[in-house]
Design a protein around this ligand. Structure first.
Ligand SMILES: N[C@@H](CCC(=O)N[C@@H](CS)C(=O)NCC(=O)O)C(=O)O
Length: 250
């Protein structure tokens, strides 16, 4: 078995996209978690860019979730995430790209629009599992980082309005595409479903241990989840987590 290490943020939908792909492939791996802000230098040194996730396979670092999934598909083709048929594969990869480029960042802007005013919750989401003292020091430092958090995550009224529109369109699109069948492309779960579900996931309540709420949940976050809860597109996201996300390999 290859040696696989995932360098990750805990509460992050792009990171969950890779955790899901690793679970789907049944690939055992080690996880190293970072608190946002403390991640940039190690990611840069490892992969030449600052974002998480970075996956290291037998010493080779790969950044970018689509490149990581391509590498996992090459490493362990079965069970597949790419459809075998070339036309369906192109369709699935185009959907993955749309969610990577537009919807994932939009989801993040909406959620951080709440989190910048709920710093205790933000630290619980990203810091659960850390030692108490590290969380305490981080919580004291976070207020100074809020302007940067706003900038990096597009938290401004114009971008949040644009993001809400993109997310509403994506949810309607998912609902229409999956009215008569569970999957976005063909008749099997693929990278399209994985990307769409993972990158919408922060807008709904999940019971998966990697993406569940960290109580107490502030009212503003509960209200955000409630806003989308009844949408058939969001129910589809929850169904994919329930039906197509295998347990992590032990
Ligand atoms: N397109 C990238 C997006 C990754 C991404 O946005 N990562 C975020 C976490 S969700 C991050 O590391 N943000 C911190 C930063 O930009 O420094 C991918 O597919 O991996």
């Amino acid at each position: 078995m290859p040696d696989i290490v995932l360098h990750q943020f805990r509460a992050s939908h792009f990171n969950d996209k890779v955790r899901w792909a690793l679970a789907w492939k049944g690939l055992k791996h080690k996880r190293i978690s970072y608190l946002p802000g403390l991640h940039a230098r190690p990611m840069q040194e490892m992969s030449g860019q600052r974002q998480t996730p970075v996956l290291v396979i037998d010493g080779k670092a790969i950044a970018g979730t689509s490149a990581i999934i391509a590498a996992l598909e090459a490493l362990k083709p079965a069970p597949p995430l790419y459809p075998a048929d070339a036309a369906l594969r192109a369709q699935a990869l185009a959907i993955e790209k749309r969610f990577d480029d537009d919807i994932g960042p939009a989801t993040r802007s909406i959620v951080f629009g709440v989190l910048v005013d709920e710093l205790d919750y933000m630290v619980r989401l990203f810091g659960h599992g850390e030692k108490w003292l590290k969380r305490f020091i981080y919580r004291r430092a976070v207020p100074r980082a809020v302007p940067m958090v706003r900038r990096l995550n597009g938290v401004n009224s114009a971008n949040i309005a644009r993001s809400e529109k993109l997310v509403a369109e994506a949810l309607d699109w998912i609902a229409a595409e999956t009215k008569a069948k569970p999957y976005l492309v063909g008749d099997a779960f693929s990278v399209a479903d994985l990307a769409a579900a993972a990158l919408m996931s922060p807008l709904c309540v999940l019971d998966h241990p990697d993406m569940c709420p960290r109580p107490p949940v502030p009212k503003a976050m509960a209200d955000l989840h409630a806003r989308y809860a009844d949408h058939p597109g969001m129910k589809w996201v929850q169904a994919r987590y329930r039906d197509n996300r295998p347990a992590d390999p032990q």
